[in-house]
Design a protein around this ligand. Sequence first.
Ligand SMILES: [Zn+2]
Length: 83
Amino acid sequence: MHKYGDCSFCGGEVKEDRVELDYRYKGSLYIFQNVPSGVCQQCGEKYLIAEVAKKIEHKIQTKEKWEKTISIPVDVFTEGAAV
Ligand SMILES: [Zn+2]
């Protein structure tokens, strides 16, 4: 298990967990499930170690058959300042 430092946002304890991760690569969005990642126990910030990030990019570059592809709704926020 990788040892994570404290959260750089809130200073909380970061523990390893399996998470769902959205990963942007060259303008496309990919979702990976069951990814080992550090998760801050206070604010939920996720911390990927370099080895896992490398594996993810390798999968994106080489994977031919994905588990599934979903469509993602997109909205452009045009409303004024929050009321
Ligand atoms: Zn935190």
